[in-house]
Write a protein that binds this ligand. Structure first.
Ligand code: RI2
Length: 321
């Protein structure tokens, strides 16, 4: 089982509930990691499944699927991971065949996900020039992978990393970037426009990319993109294609998660009458995105729909579901 920066699941709870709880509480976070955690939990669930009634197994798997999908709503990576892991269960004719298909598809997803992150780092690093000043927002393993690979290739880069309130994932980023050998400067989120004129390129990750090429990523990303646009700075999105949302082809809007006000202010810090609005993600329109760096190459936001359709094949299945 692959657990990167994850906690060991509680033995008191089943693997499905403990993984969903780890995702909900952000012990497991990052769109790629939570997708792999979802696939890994289903693989473990199927491996350990002890019943021998096929109908009961399919209904138990459907409820496990719901529990995992309900953990966090925004990152389509989780939905794609679950869809890929469970894609053959309806056609499998026995308990053993269901188990085997979940293990095979789940492990294949995890392996290809990790490979995609590595491929994107190699492709993205070519876009970094020696002497560049870069900026990243939140903590995207994919975006940081690109910067780390550029440094590994001997390029001298300076990196601004935003704090990323309220969870302050920027503190993870500055550690990751320091470990990679970068010259790193931490800034608060509202300092992005102040530094943008010195920045050559922005690299951010993705939670979801829509059929029209819009990006849903950590709240504040759209402000970074606006500042980059104003300063004519290249704005790059590092996104594995399982962060592309087939659901948006079917017309579904992306749900922007809102989290507990306690993540923003401590109890007693402000008058009780004050409301706190804590959206976790925002939408960056395609027109502000220079490049989307995927494992299938560097594409424009306008090419997302075509790439998704070529990967999915029969889109009508998605639309009908
Ligand atoms: P990787 C994160 O969401 C951030 O928004 C980050 O940009 C995105 O996932 C992609 O991360 P959260 O889980 O998959 O912190 O590139 O809410 O690691």
């Amino acid at each position: 089982m692959i657990y990167e920066r994850m906690t060991i699941p509680s033995p008191m709870k089943g693997i499905i509930e403990s993984t969903a709880e780890d995702i909900r509480s952000m012990k497991v976070r990052g769109a790629g990691r939570l997708a792999r955690a979802g696939a890994s939990a289903l693989v473990e669930y199927a491996t350990d499944y002890s019943g021998n009634d096929l109908g009961k197994m399919l209904s138990d798997i459907a409820s496990a699927e719901r529990t995992i999908l309900d953990s966090r709503p925004t990152a389509v990576s989780l939905w794609n991971a679950v869809r890929i892991t469970l894609r053959d269960v309806r056609d499998a004719g026995s308990v053993d065949a269901v188990r085997e298909s979940v293990i095979r598809n789940g492990n294949a997803f995890i392996e290809s996900s990790l490979k995609s992150v590595k491929t994107i780092s190699e492709i993205g690093a070519k876009r970094v020039a020696d002497g560049d000043t870069l900026l990243t927002h939140c903590n995207s393993s994919t975006a940081i992978g690109v910067i780390a690979e550029a440094i590994r290739q001997g390029k001298d880069v300076k990196v601004y990393a935003t704090e990323s309130r309220p969870w302050r994932q920027g503190l993870l980023s500055v550690r990751d970037l320091t470990d990679a050998g970068a010259d790193v400067t931490l800034i608060i989120d509202s300092a992005v426009r102040t530094v943008m004129k010195k920045v050559d390129r922005v690299f951010v990750g993705a939670d979801t990319v829509t059929a029209s090429g819009d990006l849903i990523n950590k709240v504040g990303t759209s402000q970074v993109a606006l500042c980059a646009n104003e300063a004519r700075t290249e704005f790059n999105v590092c996104a594995e294609t399982y962060k592309f949302s087939p659901r948006t082809i079917a017309g579904e809007p992306v749900i922007i998660e809102e989290r507990d006000p306690a993540e923003v202010v401590k109890p007693g810090e402000i008058p009780e009458t004050v409301k706190v609005f804590n959206p976790v993600f925002d939408v960056t329109p395609a027109k502000y995105i220079s490049n989307i760096i995927t494992e299938a190459g560097v594409i424009s936001p306008g090419s997302v729909y075509g790439l998704m359709v070529s990967q999915l094949g029969d889109v009508s299945q998605i639309i009908d579901n």
